[in-house]
Design a protein. Structure first.
Length: 340
């Protein structure tokens, strides 16, 4: 009489056997492991691309576009704060500069929106970097306070000197050629920014940025110009913010002092805190959570800032890791049966 032995089985986490030496180097053996790695990325891409299609009307389609704008600003904040060590409270500076450059090019020189937006992105990034260059040696709260004051400074200068349209702003700017381009341009730009930054922070330049964040004195002692590399990081972050500002100027056909509004500084910080600091994708997710909620609270006016403050305090005290880090930890705990 022969007996057949049943193979022994045990549960194993899905990520075991996939990760080899680091979080960015993998050995793939099956479609299951490939799907495990690609699923979160595909979910983010497809989710964002489907949003304009499932929006019930043009109003909510624009809300999704504004959420993508805040996503870019939150991404910019998260990159500077958690990968370079520069906590910037002046995201409104980037949107204001981008909006005014695009507005001036379009209203005064007749440059079409499809050209003003990329020009404002690059030129605004350079101008923002030059403006912030004197405060780049500062660290911690000193850099944060300095960046917070810049938007207020430019807002008052424009009003007092009555330049760039003064308090009336620049009106009658050109719209983007189609509604679908208007809907998908910020989303595609956001996806390029989040995956581009993810690739950057794992490259050699990103490792240098992290070294500056962890111990800039040691990096400086190695003969590396810390201010130069901080300027590179600020250019990358500010260019993303300037793109957002230029897009908003053509979305509303207007660029004015409200482009330096406090909302463009506060909501991105709240979004990055809710989504998960240091994850990049978490900043995007947080923006698409808070922006629709903010729109629903529009009737409360500036009291929305109180809501952002409460959200930030709640997540700092009770869920400091944010939603993305929590979801990532749970996702990596998925198990499956394997033969021993």
């Amino acid at each position: 009489m022969s007996t057949t032995t049943q193979p022994q089985r045990r549960k194993e986490r899905l990520d075991r056997g996939i990760k080899v030496r680091s979080e960015s180097i993998y050995a793939l053996a099956s479609w299951r492991e490939i799907a495990y790695l690609l699923a979160p990325r595909l979910a983010l891409i497809l989710g964002l691309l489907l949003l304009p299609l499932i929006a019930p009307n043009l109003y909510w389609q624009r809300v999704m576009s504004i959420a993508a704008v805040y996503g870019m600003l939150a991404l910019s904040f998260d990159f500077l704060a958690n990968y370079v060590g520069l906590v910037s409270l002046g995201g409104a500076l980037f949107t204001g500069i981008g909006a005014y450059i695009a507005g001036i090019l379009n209203s005064s020189f007749g440059v079409p929106p499809l050209l003003t937006i990329p020009i404002a992105t690059v030129a605004g990034g350079l101008l923002s970097t030059l403006i912030l260059l004197p405060v780049l040696p500062l660290r911690g709260v000193y850099f944060a306070i300095a960046t917070m004051l810049y938007p207020l400074f430019f807002e008052r200068i424009i009003a007092a000197a009555n330049i760039f349209g003064g308090t009336e702003g620049l009106s009658g700017l050109g719209y983007l050629p189609s509604v679908w381009l208007e809907a998908y341009l910020p989303i595609v730009a956001l996806l390029i920014a989040v995956f581009g930054l993810r690739r950057l922070v794992n490259a050699d330049l990103g490792l240098l940025f992290r070294g500056i964040k962890d111990n800039d004195q040691s990096v400086r002692a190695s003969g590396i110009n810390v201010t130069f590399y901080r300027a590179q990081a600020v250019f990358i972050a500010s260019a993303i913010g300037c793109f957002a500002g230029a897009y908003i100027a053509h979305l509303y056909s207007w660029a004015g002092m409200s482009s330096f509004a406090l909302d463009f500084s506060v909501l991105p910080i709240a979004a990055a805190t809710v989504g998960g600091p240091g994850t990049l994708a978490g900043a995007v997710i947080g923006s698409f959570i808070l922006s629709p909620v903010s729109e629903l609270l529009r009737a409360f006016g500036t009291l929305r800032i109180v809501f952002y403050a409460v959200v930030i305090v709640f997540f700092i005290v009770f869920r400091s890791e944010g939603l993305m880090n929590y979801a990532q930890r749970k996702y990596e705990q998925f198990e499956h049966w394997v033969d021993v």
